[in-house]
Design a protein around this ligand. Structure first.
Ligand code: HEC
Length: 157
């Protein structure tokens, strides 16, 4: 669905260009794409762990450990350049779900970032151990994602 939307946008963009109307580009496009890429990688790696936790995929200590380590690495990125002023949903528009609240509550954002990092540590210890340990750590990690998404993302229509 998202890919279709993007393709449609590209088509519209091309049509506008050919008709001589400039399509506005934001200086924040790269930063928004980068942070969404970071988030997609979090979701991808958590998805690997989640599939094992639910028994949809057979538990594999090595693969679980790799996914947990990736989450940890992602939690250590210095992401400050990916969140420039003016790139929230009210200023930047539909291309982002980052709430303006994020820029007004930096101490809380840092707290949420630390919670994710601590949860990744728990997962790194648990994931390669055995399936019950992985399962027990899932909630901690999921909660750390939600703990930031709830206050700092806007809902898309
Ligand atoms: C400290 C805050 C924070 C934490 C922690 C966090 N996220 Fe996010 N996440 C956000 C924000 C803000 C956005 C909106 C980014 C945007 O659209 O510009 C987002 C967006 C996303 C998206 C949508 C990306 C896209 O392409 O539009 C996914 C998927 C996601 N997060 C997954 C996760 C997962 C999985 C975790 C935990 C392992 C996590 N996030 C932890 C703040 C956070």
């Amino acid at each position: 669905m998202k890919i279709i939307t993007k393709a449609a946008m590209v088509a519209v963009g091309a049509a506008l260009m050919f008709s001589g109307i400039a399509v506005a580009e934001s200086p924040h496009d790269g930063a928004v794409k980068a942070r969404q890429g970071d988030m997609q990688m979090r979701a991808f790696n958590l998805g690997i762990l989640g599939a094992m936790a639910k028994g949809k995929v057979e538990y594999d200590a090595k693969a679980a450990s790799a996914a947990a380590h990736n989450l940890k690495v992602l939690s250590t990125l210095n992401a400050s350049a990916m969140w420039p002023q003016g790139s929230d949903a009210s200023a930047y528009g539909d291309g982002t779900t980052a709430s303006p609240e994020l820029w007004k509550n930096f101490p809380k954002v840092i707290e949420a970032t630390k919670a994710f990092s601590a949860a990744a540590d728990v997962m790194v210890t648990a994931a390669g151990k055995d399936l019950p340990s992985l399962q027990a750590a899932m909630g901690v990690v999921g909660k750390s994602c939600g703990g930031c998404h709830k206050p700092f993302r806007v809902k898309k229509n």
